[in-house]
Design a protein around this ligand. Structure first.
Ligand SMILES: *[C@@H]1O[C@H](CO)[C@@H](O)[C@H](O)[C@H]1NC(C)=O
Ligand SMILES: *[C@@H]1O[C@H](CO)[C@@H](O)[C@H](O)[C@H]1NC(C)=O
Length: 384
């Protein structure tokens, strides 16, 4: 493609033109703005990225620290000497196995996408949408093209489109939902009781993966593809429908007796969470109920999701004016939610505030005077 090379030299030489190539664009009566492919081969120290979007959204993305702040990606895309080896599992395919001990909070890897594609591209006629996707891959740096082609394809349609559909993660940039393709995370298999969690960080346009519990050498590193706080039959149907596999993790393959026990706990944790979410004067919520919720999550080994449970506990204790337990659970919530939802998540920020000054949070003593202490000798916080 001689003309492409010629054009690229031209594009790169234009002062302040941020993309490596002139964007190719299409539009029709259903698009409000042309949809184009924007490639930056220099992004993330030469890993490169292509973005399929409108010019206004693509240029807005350039304002993110990932593009604009030197050093913002220093901890990202460091894939030399990783704490895992790739392994072929019979009947399941490839996966990653730890080759050193990982502790809760250890970063396993963090990476930038090769592709970010905006769903508005579906307003284009199919042929033009695919043209942009192919053009995007062709304009990535060679090493990143190899990473892209090594991705698995599941649906067996157009080879580029298929790899994107099989491996894309939903992300958000400036409130706009998009799809991102990250070859490293695509290597992690699903488990309904995962030992790692991931989140998307908008500032660095990066996907972070951390251990959520101790992972010993020889253990597979797993994430969840779905919401696990649901009955086994629903989880299995979801995985089959969206990823085409029969779930064989321990929570899926357990003896029916144990599976029924697990489903009963899942039902109960749902019920208990509803009570804790009741902030009316009729609420029956108590800190003991929050302790039950924690216990149910622990029994279910839903460790990666416990940030949410610890938040319930922190608020429940705070609502009865128990400072020390509110702080204890707020700290735990910050720790776990930071791994699952990200450093900048609203719940993480709220719990940081709770950990410092529970008296200044909205839930403080909100339930003092509720029936928990009626008829008991405890005068905990009663002022009226
Ligand atoms: C783990 O395996 C990777 C290869 O995937 C290797 O680079 C790394 O040095 C190994 N680490 C240890 C502690 O053996
Ligand atoms: C625009 O949308 C309409 C309604 O969905 C559809 O029938 C038409 O084919 C679309 N036009 C193009 C160029 O895709």
């Amino acid at each position: 493609m001689k003309s492409v090379v010629g054009l690229s030299l031209l594009a790169e030489k234009v002062a302040n033109f941020p993309w490596t190539f002139w964007p190719e664009c299409y539009s029709n009566e259903n698009t409000t703005e042309p949809v184009c492919v924007f490639t930056d081969q220099k992004f993330a120290s030469g890993r490169g990225i292509y973005i399929v979007s409108t010019a206004s959204l693509a240029y807005q993305m350039l304002k993110k620290p990932a593009f604009s702040r030197p050093g913002a990606l220093d901890r990202i895309n460091q894939h030399a000497n990783p704490p895992y080896v790739q392994h072929e599992f019979p009947g399941k395919g490839r996966g990653l196995v730890a080759n050193k001990t990982l502790h809760r909070g250890d970063q396993i890897f963090a990476s930038t996408p090769l592709v970010i594609t905006n769903p508005i591209s579906y307003h284009l006629v199919e042929e033009e949408r695919l043209r942009l996707a192919h053009r995007g891959v062709e304009t990535l740096p060679p090493a990143s093209q190899s990473l892209f082609w090594a991705l698995l394809d599941h649906f067996k349609g157009d080879p580029v489109d298929d790899r994107i559909n099989t491996n894309a993660f939903e992300i958000e940039v400036d409130g706009v939902g998009q799809y991102a393709v990250l070859p490293e995370i695509a290597m992690l298999n699903h488990d309904c009781r995962p030992n790692a969690a991931y989140f998307w960080d908008e500032e660095t346009l990066s996907h972070y993966v951390h251990a959520t519990q101790t992972i010993y050498p020889g253990e597979e590193i797993t994430i969840t593809y779905i919401n696990n706080e649901r009955k086994r039959s629903l989880r299995m149907a979801n995985l089959k429908r969206n990823w085409g596999f029969d779930c064989s993790c321990s929570a899926c393959s357990a003896h029916p007796v144990f599976a029924a026990e697990s489903d009963a706990r899942i039902q109960q944790l749902d019920d208990v969470a509803k009570e804790l979410n009741d902030w009316t004067a009729e609420s029956r919520a108590t800190p003991e109920m929050a302790e039950l919720l924690i216990s149910l999550y622990e029994q279910e080994r839903l460790f990666a999701s416990m940030g949410y449970v610890y938040k319930h506990a922190a608020e429940a204790y705070s609502s009865f004016g128990d400072r020390h337990n509110a702080v204890k659970y707020a700290r735990l919530s910050v720790e776990v939610n930071s791994l699952d939802k990200g450093f900048r998540d609203v719940d993480v920020l709220a719990m940081k505030k709770m950990a410092q000054e529970p008296e200044q949070t909205w839930s403080w003593k909100k339930r003092v005077g509720h029936q928990r202490f009626e008829g008991s000798t405890c005068a905990c916080g009663h002022t009226h």
